[in-house]
Design a protein around this ligand. Structure first.
Ligand code: PFF
Length: 454
């Protein structure tokens, strides 16, 4: 018997379901598309070391804070702050999170739409016999078009909405339980293929041999930003998911497993990509095109490439989908609980509004490419505002809320399941939450402002 038998609120029905859904949120385009190219641009090994440090010192405490707020309050991102900090302006942290969800999904769905197009390109063997320039041209002419990228973006939004509309146990949990293990199997296949290529060792040493002389201040700050985005922190996604975790489940155990899954998959994405990049003489600092331009080139040059390209782009779409449903859920849970809308109606409303924003993101590579604000096209503006401003600020306020406003009492009770679980590490958690995490997150925020002045 589950919580929802007693409680009108939906919840995850099993421990594995929680892990799959939360890890599904964390693992996405951020790991597979962004991590390799950001690591590639920032020197590889040394970037990885700093990234791992940030996951440990900041990612874990922020994630535990989000889960504990959500499960204690049993509400959505805004409602949780209203309940735990009644009569205070803390609920604005949740408002910022819902706003960030709108912005993130508008550009995330654009890139996710590209992955769907690339599945069809793989099916029709469109990469065969094409060199780097032709593949580059293929990518640019696709993203700068109007109807094709819009079609795929809207398809992706419809898929996301379909899963979210079905609710927690029948929707999110059911699909992520199947999709996540599939994802891991696909990456393992790709890693095996990549590390058995001639010259693979160079790619592995790029990723695993730190050269700290190549590490700039910029790289350190991008590692922090990447850790943040990759773990889905700072906008109440994990507050919302935390509210669906049952009271007898172990929060810190879930945090460790989700962060480990996210980190291992990012590293596996690196292992799948860098050896191949080096084996075929591609520049590891290629940038955001690494996946969409370089990989098809690599795939079509290797035996079995048709199959591997198909597997890879299915994998990328699956990863994007399990993340996008968590972003949409932030908005839908808010509308259902605070605005009293029916779940299906809320899902449709949120999807339509986000899709309108999303259309502008997609068109900013084509017909709207010369429309810019603060020197950024619409796509970049959404990404910048959400990732560099709203997430760091939100994350900083979340740990301040737990560390200074709520204080140790309620947090200890929630995390220990009202005293059932021993928490030897609790003073370390409080220290990280009160001092270390806010300080480091402030750095990310300053970095964002620094970018704005460029
Ligand atoms: N963590 C996701 C990724 O790495 O692709 C992106 C994301 C999902 C960010 C949910 C923020 C969020 F709330």
């Amino acid at each position: 018997m589950s919580n929802s038998d007693f409680n009108p609120r939906d919840s995850f029905g099993s421990k594995f379901g929680i892990i799959a859904a939360a890890a599904g949120s964390a693992v996405g385009l951020g790991n597979i598309w962004k991590f390799p190219y950001v690591a590639g641009q920032n020197g590889g090994g040394a970037f990885l070391v700093v990234y791992l440090l940030f996951i440990l010192a900041i990612g874990l405490p922020v994630m535990l804070s989000e889960f504990s707020i959500g499960r204690r309050a049993q509400r959505n991102a805004i409602g949780s702050f209203k309940k735990l900090g009644p009569g205070t302006p803390w609920y604005l942290v949740g408002v910022m999170g819902v706003a960030a969800a709108f912005l993130i999904l508008s550009f995330y769905s654009a890139v996710a739409g590209w992955t769907l197009e690339y599945i069809t390109k793989s099916v029709t063997n469109a990469f065969a016999e094409r060199d780097e320039n032709e593949l580059n041209q293929m990518f640019v002419s696709f993203i700068s078009g109007t109807w094709r990228p819009l079609f795929w973006q809207l398809m992706f939004m419809a898929l996301t909405a379909w899963i979210v509309a079905a609710g927690i146990k029948k929707g999110i949990e059911k699909y992520t339980k199947v999709l996540m293990p599939l994802l891991v199997i696909m990456i393992v296949v790709l890693c095996v293929r990549s590390v058995t290529l001639p010259g693979a060792i160079e790619g592995l040493s790029f990723l695993f041999k730190p050269d700290f002389s190549a590490l700039s201040a910029d790289a350190v700050l991008s590692a922090l930003g990447q850790a943040f985005f990759s773990l889905s922190l700072g906008m109440g996604t994990l507050i919302t998911y935390g509210s669906y975790i049952r009271k007898n489940d172990n929060l810190s155990g879930t945090v460790i497993q989700v962060s480990a899954a996210d980190t291992i998959i990012a590293i596996m994405a690196g292992v799948a990509i860098f050896p191949a990049v080096f084996a075929f003489g591609i520049d590891p600092a290629e940038g955001p095109g690494l996946v969409f331009i370089t990989l098809p080139n690599i795939f079509q040059q290797m035996p079995g490439g048709y199959f591997f390209a198909l597997v890879f782009f299915i994998l990328l779409s699956v990863a994007a989908l399990t993340s996008s449903i968590s972003v949409l859920e932030v908005v839908v849970a808010y509308m259902v609980e605070e605005l009293n809308l029916a779940r299906k109606r809320a899902t449709v409303l949120a999807t339509v509004m986000i899709s309108v924003l999303g259309v502008f993101c997609t068109l900013s590579f084509g017909v709207m490419s010369d429309v810019s604000l603060f020197g950024m096209v619409f796509f970049d503006l959404m990404d910048f505002t959400a990732s560099n401003l709203l997430l760091p600020l939100g994350g900083c306020l979340i740990v301040l809320f737990v560390g200074w406003y709520l204080g140790p009492g309620p947090s200890r009770r929630e995390i220990s399941n009202e005293g059932e679980i021993k928490l030897g590490y609790f003073p370390v958690f409080m220290f990280l939450v009160k001092f270390v995490a806010p300080f480091a997150i402030t750095l990310v925020f300053i970095y964002g402002l620094g970018l704005m002045r460029l």
